[in-house]
Design a protein around this ligand. Sequence first.
Ligand code: SF4
Length: 262
Amino acid sequence: METANPEKKHLSATQISMFLRCPRQFYYRYIEGKKRPPTGAMMQSKVWHKTVEQNYRQKTTSEKDLPLNDMREFFAEEYDQTLKTEEIAFESNEDPGELKDEGVAITTAHHALIAPKVRPLLVEEKFVISLGDDFPYDLVGVWDLVDKDGVIADNKAYGKTPNQADVDKDIQLSIYSLGYRVSQGRIEKGLRLDAVIKNLRPKPVQIFTTRTNENGRFILDLIEHVAKAMQSGIFYPNPNGWHCSPARCGYWSQCMGKGKAT
Ligand code: SF4
């Protein structure tokens, strides 16, 4: 596969997943460029990612985790700062103070049981790969973490424990694997979700998975078909599913809710 071309548009796992969920939503976000403010949960996740990144970046050389109190303080300060400087679309059931406390608890759980096992090599590292001269997009992504043992890991906080079967076919992890093989010229040792489940007492879990060459061919085929569909200019709505509601879709008022009081 050729080197990435700076002239080409980029395609990411996030864009592909949104297109598969609802092409009309993709149209509003990426063709019309209408960005919607994040929900409270999204903002909490972004701040937690920054907190974990802060620890792992220094750990690439120090090989030690930051003290727990530093991490908790970092989360709390970043959270307050983000609240002051960014527009956040809190959902009706979201309380900013509760989300902050929950974020500190997630940080604590991750620091106790996941971080000590991690030996970071690459942290928040971006990849851009070409899928061929005649393919209209370069594929892009950011690995949250590549461990020194060659495992690619994604940091996530979930409402409930993800199902192994879903992790085994997850598009984002498949794209991380493809990006690694093409850009690093070798096969990753495995893939892992470093997840914290947001119970009353957050529970850390690590879920392992792998990708075969056949999985690689499947994801390439999927990307090719999605790209063709995007280029056809047909962006139909898909109202079936959890994603289509006034709370979940930032484009509800101009799509499903058109002409209705929402
Ligand atoms: S309101 Fe529903 S159908 Fe319309 S863009 Fe949003 S998710 Fe898609």
